[in-house]
Design a binder for this molecule. Structure first.
Ligand code: SAH
Length: 233
C-alpha cells in the first residue's frame, strides 16, 4: 500500500524531470533495436543522449522521430537510426581516440562520448562549432573537444586516431584522413560526388598499412565543403 503511494509521486517526478524520456525510449525500441542494432553501449548511448537539446527549439517535439532535421546553416542532424548504425559500424572501444568530421549539432559526438576515451570533432561553420561546443560542455560531455576548421586536413596534432567518422560527404575519402588513421584503425564515411549518389563506406587499415574498403549502405548526407585551406592547394 504505502509502496504504491510512494511510487506514484516518484514516477511523476521523474516524468516531470524529463518528458522526453518516453519518446526517446520508444525511438530506441522501434527505430533502432527493431532494425537490428545490437551493440549494448550504442543502445545505452542512444537512450541517454537528450537529442531534443541538439535540435532547434521549434523542432523539439520532432526530435525523436524517424527523420533527419534541419539545424540551421543548411545543415542537418542525421536520422537517429543512421547515427546508431554508423556508431556500431565504427566499432568503438573505451580506449579509443576518435576523430569526427562535421560536428554540426554535436549529437553524434555526444553519442560517441560515453563509448570511447576522447572525441575530437571538427566543424567548418563557426556558429555551429561554437554552439555545439557550448552545449556539449553544459551537458557534461567532458571528453569531447570541438575545433573550428577544415575537416579535409584532419587534426594532425592529435593524430593518429583509432577511429575516424565523417558525417558530411566528400567525393572521395580525403588522403590526410587515411594518413591520420592508426594501423588497425577504421574509418566510416558517406562518400559520393552528389547528394543522390552516396554510399556509406567502411575503410579499414591493416597492421601493415594496407587499406581495405567496402560499401555498406546507400545514404544521403550533406556534402563536405572544401575549406579555404583546401581551395588553396
Ligand atoms: N554530426 C552532425 C551532423 C552533421 S551535418 C550531428 O550529429 O549533428 C554535417 C556537418 O559537416 C555540417 O555541420 C557541416 O557544416 C560540416 N562540414 C561540412 N564540410 C566540412 C568540412 N570541410 N570540415 C568540417 N566540417 C564540415
Amino acid at each position: 500500500m504505502s509502496a504504491a503511494i510512494l511510487t506514484l509521486p516518484f514516477g511523476l517526478l521523474l516524468w516531470a524531470a524529463d518528458p522526453y524520456e518516453r519518446p526517446r525510449e520508444r525511438m530506441v525500441a522501434e527505430q533502432i533495436e527493431a532494425r537490428g542494432i545490437r551493440h549494448p553501449g550504442v543502445l545505452r548511448a542512444m537512450r541517454s543522449v537528450p537529442r531534443h537539446l541538439f535540435v532547434p527549439e521549434s523542432l523539439r517535439s520532432m526530435a525523436y522521430q524517424d527523420t533527419p532535421l534541419p539545424i540551421g546553416h543548411g545543415q542537418t542532424i542525421s536520422q537517429p537510426y543512421i547515427v546508431a548504425f554508423m556508431t556500431e559500424l565504427l566499432d568503438p572501444r573505451p580506449e579509443h581516440n576518435v576523430l569526427e568530421i562535421g560536428t554540426g549539432s554535436g549529437y553524434q559526438a555526444a553519442v560517441l562520448s560515453p563509448l570511447v576515451k576522447q572525441v575530437f570533432t571538427i566543424e567548418i561553420v563557426p556558429e555551429l562549432a561554437q554552439q555545439s561546443a557550448e552545449l556539449l560542455k553544459r551537458l557534461g560531455y567532458a571528453n569531447v573537444t570541438v575545433r573550428l576548421g577544415d575537416g579535409y586536413l584532419g587534426w594532425p596534432e592529435q593524430a593518429p586516431f583509432d577511429r575516424i567518422m565523417l558525417t558530411a560527404a566528400p567525393a572521395d575519402v580525403p588522403k590526410a584522413l587515411i594518413d591520420q588513421l592508426k594501423p588497425g584503425g577504421k574509418l566510416v564515411a558517406p562518400v559520393g560526388s552528389s547528394a543522390w549518389d552516396q554510399e556509406l563506406v567502411l575503410l579499414e587499415k591493416s597492421a601493415d598499412g594496407k587499406i581495405r574498403r567496402r560499401s555498406v549502405l546507400p545514404v544521403r548526407f550533406v556534402p563536405m565543403v572544401p575549406g579555404k585551406s583546401t581551395k588553396k592547394r
